[in-house]
Design a protein around this ligand. Structure first.
Ligand code: 3PG
Ligand code: MG
Length: 395
């Protein structure tokens, strides 16, 4: 795979795939790391006098123009963050308009293309669409690792028509995730949370091969407990996945990977319940209650394993963190990781919810690396290849 770091790209028209699919609440961007991530690539392309056209998706408009998903709102933020006085905006991919804009732009100028998913050909990976889009350009750069698990035109189609390079952030993502997966110092620990094991079966099977210890929290732990015959009351769990849960435990035993399941849980009648909160041993869950967080004994046990580890990976909150006080264990674990971050341990985290929790704990600087990717991070950890990365390698 060619990286822009190793080449001079001078005075070209460049299509740069970025991921500006940032979280927005009431029109405000709440998390800008995906914007910061592409700064370095833009700076280099700008300094080498290229005309840079940014392609991104935003949300899931399903091939139709829908103002709710317009990328126009992000322009001022991009101008601020990239320190540019003006970023051009291309509302449609109309050929004439595209040519006019290219002519208007000076070397080093940047233009943002409207949400690429407004075009039907993007998600259907229509080759004609990619071909048409590539027409006025010399180079394609992919700096969107977090979208590279999608077999979409702007990810896998464009490299078929243009000399293609990986951007700095894409290279960084792969390097850092691979360090944990292939070269992490032992003993290593993976902390996996989230609500469903159905979305993380392949992840668990793959991590079992690579990790000394896996700690399982979040509602997915309930499925394991229930499979082991524990009465989980009203707790969220996946009844159909009992067999799979047991086979994961069995496989772990075979390869000598220790699985840590909760020892105690914080339960309540529902997510909003602040009155009947009850911390109990896993064998004492009341039949009218649900587990919403892991308990103190479990936090202590996970913390002790963190302290014994040389590398830690974290994906998925350990409780219903959006509903305090059920954020307690996740915040605590983030703080423990931050506290020991100077002791030479290598720590990596990824996934949208995990990043939110780490921010809540103000523990961002306690991690060696935080991936900007959600789904793409998980798929890479599962050992799946990334279509976007493969497309760059084929070039
Ligand atoms: C993400 O937020 O995970 C990426 O931007 C990909 O978005 P998608 O899941 O809508 O493809
Ligand atoms: Mg996603």
């Amino acid at each position: 795979m060619k990286s822009i770091n190793d080449f001079i790209i001078n005075k070209k028209n460049v299509l740069l795939r970025v991921d500006l699919n940032v979280p927005v609440i009431n029109g405000k961007i709440t998390e800008k790391t995906r914007i910061y991530a592409v700064k370095k690539t833009i700076k280099k392309l700008k300094e080498q006098n290229n005309k840079i056209f940014l392609i991104s998706h935003f949300g899931r408009p399903k091939g139709e123009i829908n103002k709710i998903f317009s990328l126009k709102f992000i322009l001022t933020t991009l101008e601020e963050e990239f320190e540019l006085t003006k970023i051009y905006f291309l509302e449609t991919l109309n050929e004439k308009l595209m040519k006019e804009t290219i002519e208007k732009m000076q070397p080093g100028d940047v233009c943002l293309i409207e949400n690429i998913r407004f075009n039907e050909g993007e998600e259907s990976n229509d080759l004609n669409f990619s071909k048409q889009l590539s027409k006025n350009f010399d180079i394609f750069v992919n700096d969107a690792f977090s979208a590279s698990h999608r077999i979409h035109a702007s990810i896998v189609g464009l490299p078929k028509f243009l000399p293609s390079y990986a951007g700095y952030s894409l290279v960084e993502e792969i390097k850092n995730i691979n360090i944990f997966m292939n070269n992490s110092k032992k003993p290593n620990l993976a902390i996996i949370g989230g609500s469903k094991i159905s979305t993380k079966i392949n992840l668990l099977y793959n991590l079992i091969e690579k990790c000394d210890v896996i700690s399982i929290g979040g509602a997915m732990a309930n499925t394991f407990l229930s499979a082991m015959g524990i009465n989980v009351g009203l707790s969220l769990h996946e009844k159909d996945l009992k067999k799979i849960a047991l086979s994961i435990l069995e496989k772990a035993k075979k390869v000598d990977c220790k699985i840590l399941l909760p020892l105690d849980l914080v339960c309540a009648n529902n997510l909003q319940d602040k009155i009947n909160i009850n911390q109990c041993n896993i064998n004492n869950i009341l039949s009218n209650q649900m587990a919403l967080d892991i308990g103190c004994k479990t936090i202590k046990e996970i913390s002790s394993y963190i302290l014994k580890s040389k590398a830690v990976l974290w994906n998925g909150p350990l409780g219903a963190f959006e509903y305090p006080p059920f954020d307690k264990s996740s915040v605590k674990i983030a703080k423990v990781i931050k506290r020991i971050s100077t002791s030479g341990i290598s720590t990596i985290a990824g996934g949208g919810d995990t990043i939110s929790v780490i921010k809540m704990a103000k523990a961002q600087d306690g991690f060696s690396y935080i991936s900007k990717a959600g789904g793409a991070f998980l798929e890479w950890l599962e050992g799946k290849s990334s279509p976007g990365v493969d497309a760059l390698k084929k070039k």
